[in-house]
Design a protein around this ligand. Structure first.
Ligand code: KIV
Ligand code: ZN
Length: 396
């Protein structure tokens, strides 16, 4: 059974979300998860409508195999993928693991760039084409849903990449992934690569094209969106951008960029974005990787404002300084953090929230004391403000 609709159908603006937190994410040094943790992560991904969950690399260890099987058995909606090198034993093992899923996928890959061919694989280009034909055919004999990836695609000459893609489609690959394995591409190049391959390879319309971007230059999300502009309709990504080295494209960022800027990029995903904050917390706890405060979408400060000008604007109309609502990503509310940058409007609002209604003079005096305290203290808590107002009232 094929699980995705080729981009030529009426559904051509739908972007499929392929989450690899449990495979590429878990490969980041120190991020190993237990089976229980992986099941928790898979559950929220399935609930939020992730189209494909890459649950692991079944040949890597017995534990990895068992966790792919366990996720495959539990998933209610998502396709479950297992990774396999271009090696017959890998492909059989991945097939064995994903057959427990309602819908399973074998994801097989081989390197295509000159540097990988010369130093890692020690194979000629013709040998690589032969490997692609054999391994994709083997996978297709096990399952209808087969993804082929050309590792290091962005450092591969386009004419050879086109030959590889043609061989993979001919052998039955239903998804073609062109990864920026080392995070080297810039957006314009990534767009052009997809355009060229999709325009020149025979039967390109028989497959869904996919992005897979690493963040070594901080461009993983920008490149993923650029790939979609070039014709890709699947984005491979991870929660919190967890992944090898500087990580992978962050799922929450690509989803919210596509949603918030639908005016500029007319594509859509089926992700229920209100699950994003919770997913971020679950993955952070499972991987033991804290989320940076200023992380887009899910960081502690993503919907927090301290500057007086911004707080004043927010109190008048939230759209002055927020381009999406905190509720849309599952965060309860915007926070106006009280600190030395806060102005009178935010201080008055905070006093009202704490139940105080001070007259003009008392308010001015309290505001001066608050500014003095904020200059000395990094965090001004509600209790500090209560103490500051009550102490003064007691001293009158
Ligand atoms: O970065 C990469 O190229 C990969 C492949 C296995 C798809 O993770
Ligand atoms: Zn990767």
């Amino acid at each position: 059974m094929t699980t995705q609709t080729p981009a030529t159908d009426s559904n051509k603006d739908r972007v499929y979300i392929f989450d690899t937190t449990l495979r590429d994410g878990e490969q980041s040094p120190g991020a190993t998860m237990t089976l229980e943790e992986k099941l928790q992560v898979a559950e929220i991904l399935d609930d939020m409508g992730v189209d494909i969950i890459e649950a692991g690399f079944p040949i890597a260890s017995v534990g990895d195999f068992e966790s792919v099987v366990a996720v495959a058995k539990r998933a209610k909606r998502s396709v479950i993928a297992g990774l396999a090198r271009a090696i017959p034993a890998d492909i059989d093992r991945a097939g064995e693991a994903v057959r427990f899923a309602r819908r399973g996928r074998i994801h097989t890959f081989v390197s295509t760039s000159p540097i990988h061919l010369a130093h890692q694989m020690r194979k000629t280009q013709d040998e690589v084409i032969e490997i692609i034909t054999k391994t994709v055919t083997q996978a297709r004999n096990l399952i209808d849903d087969v993804e082929w990836s050309g590792m290091d695609a962005t450092r591969t000459p386009l004419d050879f990449l086109a030959r590889c893609v043609e061989a993979a489609i001919k052998a039955g690959a239903t998804t073609i992934n062109l990864p920026d394995t080392v995070g080297y591409a810039i957006p314009e190049e990534y767009t052009a690569m997809f355009r060229h391959i999709i325009d020149t390879v025979p039967n390109a319309d028989k497959a869904i094209f996919s992005t897979h971007c690493h963040n070594d230059l901080g461009l993983a999300v920008a490149n993923s969106l650029a790939g979609v502009i070039g014709g890709a309709r699947q984005i491979e990504c991870t929660i919190n951008g967890l992944g090898e080295r500087a990580g992978n494209a962050a799922l929450e960022e690509v989803v919210m960029a596509l949603r918030t800027r639908a005016d500029a990029m007319p594509y859509h995903t089926e992700i229920e974005s209100t699950h994003l904050a919770r997913a971020s917390k679950i993955v952070s706890a499972a991987s033991n990787f804290p989320v940076q405060y200023n992380k887009a979408i899910v960081g502690k400060n993503a919907f927090a404002h301290e500057s007086g000008i911004h707080q004043d604007g927010m109190l008048k109309n939230a759209q002055t300084y927020e381009i999406m609502t905190p509720e849309s990503v599952g965060i309860k509310e915007t926070t106006l953090v009280m600190g030395k940058h806060s102005g009178r409007a935010a201080f008055k609002d905070k006093l009202r929230e704490l139940g105080y209604d001070l007259g003009d003079n008392a308010f001015q005096e309290a505001f001066v004391r608050f500014k003095d305290l904020a200059d000395r203290k990094k965090h001004v808590y509600d209790a500090d403000i209560v103490a500051l107002v009550d102490d003064e009232a007691g001293s009158i």
